[in-house]
Design a protein around this ligand. Sequence first.
Ligand code: FE
Length: 134
Amino acid sequence: MSESKDKIHKEDEQWRKELTAEQYEVCRQKGTERAFTGQYWDCHEQGVYRCACCGNELFSSDTKFDSGTGWPSFYAPVAEGNVETETDNSFFMRRTEALCSKCDAHLGHVFDDGPAPTHLRYCINSASLKLDKK
Ligand code: FE
């Protein structure tokens, strides 16, 4: 993970106060919301999805697609560098974790079965997002 001066760092207790229980569980504890239960998996509104923790721009509705998984899915982040990835070996699987580059919020995972042009699928928890409508 890159360390820059722009990083937002808050104590665990502070995040717990600022976030809803679900946001805290997903973003700070690397939880996963149940499929088809989140706010955005079936959302077709235009806008920019920001980090629920820090407001960093993460994904544009232009790259959102229906993956059938029950989680909001995007084929690219809004800009390279806004979403960081890390290897995640938890649960006996080798996956790629997606994190907010500013506050290290856990967003979800990245898979390589997405549509063109990137063929990536950013499988993201609604709880980690906040849609800024156009
Ligand atoms: Fe963030």
